[in-house]
Design a binder for this molecule. Structure first.
Ligand SMILES: *Cc1c(COP(=O)(O)O)cnc(C)c1O
Length: 438
């Protein structure tokens, strides 16, 4: 499979090159040249396939022949070696729990898949790869865990100081080995801007083989489509129309869901549920796309003022605004409403929503109000204990921290504090390579 840049100003590349580069040289995001629907038989009989087989079939065309079938089957199996339960919260409303991976974040799947692809490609390459990634919280932990100890790869994580939760910070600052955390005195958007600038900096790229592990990277973005197949497989009643609500920040996850739909998965409507960072919600109602600085909310993994994957969503709909509107709704919710629904759902059903899942739940309920014939799934993207302060304060009860995270709290944080100034980052990366030496 070849990939083209959405800025259309650079040659098309193979999967491996798209993964190693992250962003295209013309600053565009890579996009697959074609998307061929899966055999209808696979979708119709999805109950009779293993999740490994479904995931392999779904991702295969996007990888092409650069990874052998056996190797790709192994990568896929290792990537998804945990559960993705679909839990009925109330009649016709399901939570797809994506927090059963090693860092309890849905980003585990993308990070694990990408790390394994990169490690396969680096066997053929002498030069070490440096993965540079900006995180609003969960990406960093998932990437750190997914890449920990991967030979031939160094990882540099930028995160906004004071704007990630305690557990999230531990997940990216305590692992050591090939993982380095830079604590930026700024916002997530500042971190993302610095990372994007670094990829295009020729001086830096002469010295380091840089790539990204944000959802701009096709190997992080595409495997997220697995969730939607796993959700559909677990639905008891497949005859009812299906609405899927995705709590969205950079819009990589929902965009992967739309790729799953292109492959033939019967999703009748997508809902992009957002917090106060609502550039897409406004775009769908006004037709004007106006990026804004991000504002801080209790669902901070979605505090994104200019979602990087939105260009891919436009591409999937041939830049046809009306087509997009027929396939995608978007709603935005305040922190107040989010907390209200967390308490209400806990009280009424017993289910604990994290703030991101709560935003997804709200968007789902709102879109089902006029669609009584439909059923809905919202994606629960993080374990409630990842946002323990908000959840405990809102529900007025203690949240149990799973054992796999408890030991983290005793480990020592190690970070490199820097200003939100690209040149500072560059100088450190260029001249203090001992900082990066493993
Ligand atoms: C990253 C993240 C999101 C947003 O996902 P996008 O693919 O960036 O839209 C939502 N919830 C949580 C918990 C996340 O970590």
């Amino acid at each position: 499979m070849n990939y083209f840049s959405l800025n259309h100003n650079t040659p098309n590349v193979k999967f491996s090159e798209a993964v190693i580069r992250g962003l295209a040289p013309d600053k565009g995001l890579y996009f697959p040249e074609s998307i061929t629907p899966l055999p209808k038989e696979l979708i119709d009989n999805i109950d009779s396939y293993s999740k490994e087989e479904i995931a392999f079939q779904a991702v295969r065309q996007f990888v092409g022949d650069e990874i052998s079938e056996n190797e790709l089957r192994r990568i896929v199996a290792e990537t998804i070696n945990f559960d993705f339960p679909l839990v009925e919260v109330e009649p016709d409303i399901y939570s797809l729990e994506l927090f059963h991976g090693p860092t309890l974040a849905f980003k585990d799947v993308g990070a694990r898949f990408m790390a394994r692809c990169l490690s396969t490609f680096s066997k053929f390459d002498e030069k070490k790869v440096t993965v540079l990634v900006a995180t609003s919280g969960d990406t960093g932990g998932a990437v750190a865990d997914g890449f920990l100890g991967v030979a031939g790869v160094d990882v540099v994580i930028l995160y906004p100081s004071g704007k990630v939760s305690d557990i999230q910070e531990r997940q990216l600052t305590t692992l050591g080995q090939n993982i380095k955390a830079f604590e930026v005195k700024g916002t997530f958007d500042d971190c993302q801007r610095m990372v994007k600038t670094a990829f295009l900096d020729e001086d830096l790229n002469k010295v380091l083989n840089l790539t990204s592990a944000n959802s701009i990277n096709v190997a992080r973005w595409l495997p997220q489509m697995f969730y939607y197949f796993f959700a559909y497989q677990q639905l008891k009643d497949k005859s009812k129309k299906l609405v899927v609500s995705v709590p969205s920040g950079n819009f990589g996850n929902i965009c992967a869901g739309m790729v799953a739909a292109k492959l033939g998965l019967p999703v009748s409507l997508f809902v992009a549920s957002t917090n106060a960072n609502k550039v897409v919600t406004e775009y769908l109602s006004t037709g004007a796309y106006e990026p804004k600085p991000s504002v801080q909310t209790i669902s901070n993994a979605m505090d994104v003022g200019d979602p990087s994957n939105f260009v891919r969503i436009k591409q999937l709909h041939n830049a046809d605004f009306n087509l997009l509107k027929s396939n995608l709704l978007s709603y935005s919710y305040s922190d107040f409403t989010t907390r209200e629904v967390m308490a209400e759902v806990r009280e009424r059903t017993g289910y604990i929503l994290d703030p991101h899942g709560a935003v997804g739940y709200l968007g789902l309920k709102e879109s089902l109000r006029n669609r009584p014939y439909a059923q809905g799934i919202f994606l629960e993207t993080a374990h409630p204990c990842k946002f323990i302060d908000v959840v405990e304060e809102t529900l007025n009860e203690k949240v149990v921290i799973p054992e796999k995270l408890q030991s983290l709290m005793e480990r020592k944080k190690v970070s490199i504090v820097i200003d939100k100034d690209y040149d500072d980052l560059k100088q450190i990366l260029l001249h203090q390579s001992d900082v990066l030496a493993v």
